[in-house]
Ligand binder design. Structure first.
Ligand code: NAP
Length: 280
């Protein structure tokens, strides 16, 4: 029996997840396929009914269904519930479905890989969408001393901070607060689409301390203007590709019990040019 995993979303333009997961299945001799499945809202219920069949290992979820998917699942793990978004899930042997969020641990894993332990650090996160929610929760959960969220629409940043204040010291504000916040940031994160859809940068890297880590969630292009200017300034940088790979490694481990697939996934992505719109 060929096992199945599908990524649902609409539209689904990028193939990164299929490339990295299918490479990991092949490398480990697992008879399974990861497919991209564009789904209309009215077909969500039938998708999650199908995913309970014995040939399914699990599923991935991307925009616009990361919140909506939760109502079709038997269980949502606490991190995903706190974030308010499921981006992966698995089928248990009894056919029940469990949803979880791998963006959060994938982000923390990539931060650690860049040589930074978030515990006790001060972080600034620009953005207040779904990805920012995962990042802010992850930083608070990892023991950051404080997390400041700023957003183009400041009310969304304030609301996000309120939601996450149960998990750590989290505050919200506007772009006007950025210069002061940047000066004290150990970790500065772009969790907006800036750099992907536009050429501007989320913050001015010249304002950051010399030891700062600049993390850009955007993974296409790999070198955004933010990453380029931060690197030129001599700061430590990490782009969204490492987070994408590490969250994928965590999901793969949940489906198969096989960890440490990041190297296989990275190589597969390096070899494949996936050049349409991002999944995340
Ligand atoms: P989203 O929910 O649509 O949120 C978009 C965010 O970007 C909002 O905060 C929005 O501000 C802000 N924004 C958009 N255009 C802007 C502009 N011109 N100037 C300033 N702010 C702007 O998107 P998302 O799902 O959170 O994703 C955000 C980014 O993270 C995307 O680039 C996505 O590809 C990436 N991502 C990467 C990974 C990974 O594994 N590397 C995972 C998930 C997401 P407003 O609230 O004011 O509209």
């Amino acid at each position: 029996m060929t096992h199945r995993v599908a990524l649902i979303g609409n539209p689904l333009k990028r193939r990164h997840s299929a490339v990295m997961h299918n490479a990991a299945f092949a490398a480990h001799g697992i008879d399974a396929v990861y497919e991209l499945k564009p789904v209309e809202p009215e077909d969500l219920a039938s998708f999650f009914a199908e995913a309970r069949e014995p040939d399914w290992l699990g599923f991935g979820v991307t925009a616009p269904y990361k919140e909506a998917a939760m109502e079709y699942l038997d269980e949502v793990e606490p991190g995903a519930a706190a974030i308010g978004a499921v981006n992966n899930g698995l089928r248990r042997l009894d056919g029940s479905l469990v949803g979880f969020n791998t963006d959060a641990p994938g982000f923390i894993s990539a931060v650690r890989a860049a040589g930074v332990n978030p515990a006790g650090r001060t972080a600034v996160v620009v953005g207040a969408g779904g990805a920012a929610r995962a990042v802010v929760w992850a930083l608070a959960d990892a023991g950051a001393r404080s997390v400041f969220v700023v957003n183009r629409s400041p009310d969304r940043a304030v609301a996000l901070a309120e939601d996450m204040s149960a998990f750590g010291v989290v505050d919200g504000g506007s772009f006007h607060d950025l210069p002061e916040l940047a000066a004290g940031a150990d970790i500065a994160v772009n969790a907006t689409t800036m750099g992907m859809t536009t050429d501007d940068t989320a913050f001015d890297v010249t304002l950051l301390p010399d030891h700062s880590l600049v993390f850009d969630l955007v993974y296409v292009p790999a070198e955004t203007p933010l990453i380029r200017t931060a690197r030129d300034r001599g700061l430590t940088v990490s782009n969204g590709m490492e987070m994408l790979i590490r969250q994928g490694e965590i999901a793969f481990d949940r489906w198969t019990g096989i960890g440490s697939t990041a190297t296989i996934m990275r190589k597969a992505l390096d070899e494949e040019s996936a050049d349409s719109e991002p999944e995340g």
